[in-house]
Design a binder for this molecule. Structure first.
Ligand code: UD1
Length: 430
């Protein structure tokens, strides 16, 4: 199994290209099941989760072809992928495929809308809390679906004439349930109004693509989304938006190590709250024509408190990385997690590097230390794993991160992007 070896202490200087967003690419790929025409997605990141979803879509009958787009010193960063689901050959998403990644559960929306039925295994994914599916079930029921849970599977059927438009107010904001209901409602008879919907940029990106396919969606990016059902959708060509989590992660890495880096092909407006928090730690952040420049010279890292919240709040997917940064701050900071109840598994691993963190309920108190020392650590989930990389970049000596398959689910060419900026990071294969 691969590990990542980091020798800390180097500043970061250079340019890091930001990939397409994993969390946008996944629902966009799933949206291809809504049409018998070809959906072409550009700027798709090359990640384990994308490859896994390609296998899942193939199981439903999607024909998928990948064109590597050669760029930047002969390396293929962004890929263009064509998805054609002329016929849906299976409406079952089996446990073996769905258990590896929670987002694959989302195929339930398009399958139910297009075929009138779906049998989808209850999901897996990162172990960061119980992550139930009640909102999906209640929401799809509001569109007329009949849903039963049997033997670990969700069996959903639409009324004889197909799903019907309805009103559903989410009792709790959910990105995934917003994606699924929006997709399902595109082919329903009549108009659907979704209240307390997620406002994440990835929801807006999905709505943009669905509209390009002929859907009639308005209100995306606000808490009320209205979807006027249409009889069918066509193909389209869509470019996946930049990954705001990857952007924030590298910005925090520079805030941690010091240096001067341009994050290319990204957009500051996707992560204002996080960038503001990083600025308050003492880094300078400015917008460039194609992205963001982040500089930290000399000065230390100031302690900053954060609370995670749905968009436009501080993203839970950057919480672990921010904690990594705070381990070397010049004082005490508090980090409060409000989205997932079990998202502090990185705390004990950061402690191995010398971090001083204590937990009280959903809040971590981080007492900054002047030096971290490299150690063997274990990645526990996708975002937690990269917080260990951030800490390792500023630790003295060698940090060896094991279980890097977590990293490979969400960070494209991490070691290469960091190495080009002067970091000492390498992949070690046993
Ligand atoms: C998505 C992101 C993930 C991010 C999360 C929150 C993708 C592929 N994943 O995950 O990276 O951390 O948004 O920004 O885009 N919940 C319920 N019942 C449900 C559904 C969700 O109680 O039926 C709860 C969850 O347990 C969690 C909260 O709602 O506490 C938010 O989860 P949700 O927004 O649904 O996360 P995902 O869409 O799974």
């Amino acid at each position: 199994m691969d590990r990542i070896r980091i020798v800390g202490g180097n500043e970061l200087h250079g340019v890091i290209p930001i990939s397409g967003a994993k969390n946008a690419a996944l629902p966009l790929m799933i949206a291809s099941l809504l049409t018998d025409d070809t959906l072409t997605l550009e700027n798709v990141p090359h990640l384990a989760d994308v490859e896994q979803l390609i296998r899942i879509l193939g199981n439903h009958g999607a024909d998928i072809s990948v064109n590597g787009r050669r760029e930047r010193q002969g390396e293929s960063y962004a890929r263009t992928i064509h998805f054609t689901s002329r016929n849906i050959v299976s409406t079952t998403a089996p446990y073996e495929l769905v258990s590896k990644m929670r987002a694959s559960f989302w195929v339930i929306g398009p399958l139910l809308a297009r075929e009138g039925k779906a049998r989808v295994s209850l999901p897996g994914g990162c172990a960061i809390g119980t992550r139930p599916v009640d909102l999906f079930i209640d929401g799809l029921t509001a569109l007329g679906a009949n849903i039963e849970i049997d033997g670990g599977y969700v069996n959903a059927t639409a009324p004889a004439g197909g799903l019907v438009g309805g009103r559903y107010v989410f009792p709790k904001i959910s990105v995934g349930a917003t994606h699924v209901l929006m997709m399902a409602a595109t082919l329903a008879n009549g108009t659907t109004v979704l209240g307390n919907a997620a406002r994440e940029p990835e929801v807006v990106d999905l709505a943009k693509c669905l509209n390009a396919m002929g859907a009639k969606i308005t209100g995306q990016g606000t808490s009320t989304i209205t979807v006027e059902g249409v009889p069918s959708l066509s193909g389209a060509r869509h470019r996946v938006l930049p990954d705001r989590i990857e952007t924030g992660t590298y910005a925090m890495a520079v805030a941690m190590t010091g240096g001067d880096v341009i994050l290319e092909d990204t957009d500051a407006s996707l992560l204002e709250t996080a960038l503001e928090a990083i600025r308050r730690t003492g880094a300078e952040i400015s917008e460039t024509n194609s992205g963001i420049r982040i500089v930290r010279n000399g000065a230390g890292i100031k302690p900053v408190d954060i609370v995670t919240d749905p968009f436009p709040g501080f993203p839970t997917d950057l919480q672990a990385q921010f904690m990594g940064l705070m381990t070397k701050s010049s004082g005490v900071s508090h980090i409060t997690e409000t989205i997932f109840e079990n998202r502090f598994m990185h705390v004990q691993e950061l402690a191995r590097l010398g971090a001083k963190i204590s937990l009280s309920g959903q809040t971590a108190k981080v007492e900054g230390v002047s030096r971290l020392k490299g150690a063997p650590v274990m990645a526990t989930d996708l975002r937690a794993s990269v917080s260990l990389v951030i800490a390792g970049l500023a630790a003295e000596g060698e940090t060896m991160v094991s279980r890097v398959y977590h990293l490979d689910r969400g960070f494209e060419r991490l070691e290469e992007k960091l190495t080009r900026c002067g970091a000492h990071v390498e992949r070690v294969s046993d």
